[in-house]
Write a protein that binds this ligand. Sequence first.
Ligand code: GLY
Ligand code: MN
Ligand code: MN
Length: 440
Amino acid sequence: MNHAHHVYRDRRAAILSAMREHAGGGLAVVPTAPEVIRNRDSHYPYRSDSYFHYLTGFPEPEAVVALVASPDGDRHLLFCRERNEEREIWDGFRYGPDAAKEIFGFDEAHPIAELDAKLADLCADRPALFTPVGLSEPWDRKVSATLNEVRARVRTGVAAPEQIVDIRSLLDPMRLVKDAHELALMRRAAAISSAAHKRAMAQARPGWHEYQVEAELMHEFLRGGAQAVAYGSIVASGPNACVLHYRDNNRLMGDGELLLIDAGCEYQGYASDITRTFPVNGKFTAAQKAVYELVLEAQQACLGAVRPGASFHDYHKVAERVLAQGLIDLKLIAGPLDAALESGSYKRFYMHRAGHWLGLDVHDAGLYQVKGESVTLKPGMVLTVEPGCYIRGADDIPPEFRDIGVRIEDDVLVTADGIENLTAATPKSVAEVEQVAGSR
Ligand code: GLY
Ligand code: MN
Ligand code: MN
């Protein structure tokens, strides 16, 4: 077994022991994602299923991992495509079951074509079946068909699993706390994205289109070795900064405008997620600077509220307080603070949450609240800290504040005694931002 793949075998051992604890053992089956056609003969770039990747590191489509926790011990099985010279000439290398078994640390590997025939045998007489229920209709159909096949054999003396458990309820808490292997990849993803933001900030200029700035981001992502974007890059100038999920990236940028960039690469499956906002011409106006400094103050205060033992919701509450007070000071909403917080009047300008878990998925696996109680932060959790302020143009808004949208977003690891800001290298203070944005 390749050294790097021990980490996946260790994660499978952990889920097997969670299965024993939950139901006295059973069978787990997790498929990877299907290939998806974009149009005619072209596919979307392939991306593994995050849960499957977490358990295997196996990169090919048409693969299923099966794990058995039985009184005889544990078994790790992989189903994958066979070698095929013809297909490999056209599409590239395939491991095939034999090499996959050795390299990825499985006890057995079989051709994916044998999955249906073997699944019912694997399922028979297990106390529980652990699988992602509702992941996709084809997978749900396969699971149902397998269970029915086992049930049809009842007179031969076998029983179908009594319990069907969504394996994601066991995997999500594991994914929420990152291991050392994951943190190394997330630090790399964050570093590449930081460099990309810095490049975009330095290159953007009045007279460019937003997509030209997107190209600068992509340049740095790809040359850094990232395989994809973690989500569609948001390059939003002027009024577009107030469109939270703006994706067109085709506007001509004018002098005196702000540019909000929310972009992050995916590195070996792991997401980064950074937002920076800066003046296209390198110099904030007074009103832009006032809003920027308010959001920066909120973001710094939020960072100070992330630590082990704090609640996930704490830093959102900090963002609400700082932003509401700032909006009162700017005379955009009425005070006093308690009344603004009570009425939610600030939500006209700050309408999203202050952050989310980050990992294999940009909005990563894991609950935020359990039975009404906010999750307590623990070392190894990674989250984003991203307050913002969005002032859409309207008659009751002073002209100098119209169409100002600012968000500042960093990726943060909870450590034993506080935080490690994974994206701290991205310019953020007014002085740094003006220096980099004005450096052309
Ligand atoms: N870019 C997605 C988010 O910030 O949540
Ligand atoms: Mn973001
Ligand atoms: Mn985010």
